[in-house]
Write a protein that binds this ligand. Structure first.
Ligand code: ARG
Length: 263
């Protein structure tokens, strides 16, 4: 009886030690978490229907992936901050930045003078111009000279939309259809609601290579543009981090790896 009691005590002692060492392990992990949790977390807004810059990974729970995502993640790792992603309409991004709902825009956004008035852009991170595309079976529009009296389809709030507005106010085209996503634009070209689309060349190219025979490009440079990440006006601290991180990942080869992955 006495013997079994002491065995029980030894057993309890061992259990106690295991529990204590378990706690120590936990404490160590908590330490790592703490360093991570001390990192600033920035909310990045994006309209994730714009491959290859930002889009849902169908093979992985529709997680957002893409060139901009990898680039921001690389910059964040370089500069010691963390990010969370927020899915917004493209035309909702600048208002969301201004109201403080998000801290960074990473959404294939072109640096324009008009936008510079409401946000601050980083240095350009890629060049991407606007292209004009039509349905694959459209033989009427063979260049930008053939769009007189036609209907444009564009993504609302985009530079493609601004270009279409310009063409309409010059009296070149008669109407414009504004839609939320590039996939909607393509569909309305396909079903004949609109005659042509104006959209970013790399995105239109990516669509064509994944869906051959639907649309074709008739002019691949109606405007040249560069993308930048945007922060709130006057948020110099974050702007400097993004620019510094961008320069570092461009210098150490990470940028080129991301380029090779998506293009
Ligand atoms: N580059 C164009 C612009 O700034 C279109 C960008 C659209 N981006 C997106 N994620 N839908 O207006």
């Amino acid at each position: 009886m006495k013997k079994s009691l002491s065995l029980l005590l030894i057993g309890l002692l061992i259990l106690g030690l295991v529990a204590v060492s378990g706690c120590t392990d936990k404490a160590a992990t908590a330490g790592t978490d703490e360093t991570e949790s001390q990192m600033p977390v920035y909310v990045v807004g994006t309209e994730p229907y714009f491959p290859p810059f930002q889009y849902a990974d169908e093979n992985n729970n529709n997680e957002i992936i893409g060139f901009d995502i990898d680039l921001i993640n690389a910059i964040a790792a370089d500069q010691g901050f963390q990010v969370t992603w927020k899915d917004l309409g493209f035309d909702a991004l600048i208002p969301a930045l201004q109201s403080g709902q998000i801290d960074i825009i990473a959404s294939g956004m072109t640096i324009t003078e008009a936008r510079e008035e409401s946000v601050d852009f980083t240095n350009p991170y890629i060049n991407a111009g606007l292209a004009l595309a039509v349905a694959a079976n459209n033989n009427q529009i063979q260049s930008i000279d053939d769009i007189q009296g036609k209907v444009a389809v564009v993504q609302q709030g985009s530079t493609g939309a601004a270009k279409a507005d310009e063409l309409k106010s010059e009296g070149v085209i008669t109407d414009i259809i504004y839609l939320p996503h590039v996939s909607d634009i393509v569909m309305s070209i396909q079903n004949g609601r609109g005659d042509f689309m104006i959209n970013d060349l790399p995105v239109t190219n990516a669509f064509i290579s994944h869906n051959p025979g639907v649309i074709k490009i008739v002019d691949d440079k109606i405007q040249s543009e560069s993308y930048g990440f945007a922060v709130r006006n006057g948020n110099t601290e974050l702007l400097n981090m993004l620019n510094e991180g961008l320069a570092n990942v461009q210098a150490d080869g990470t940028y080129d790896q991301i380029m090779d992955k998506y293009f």
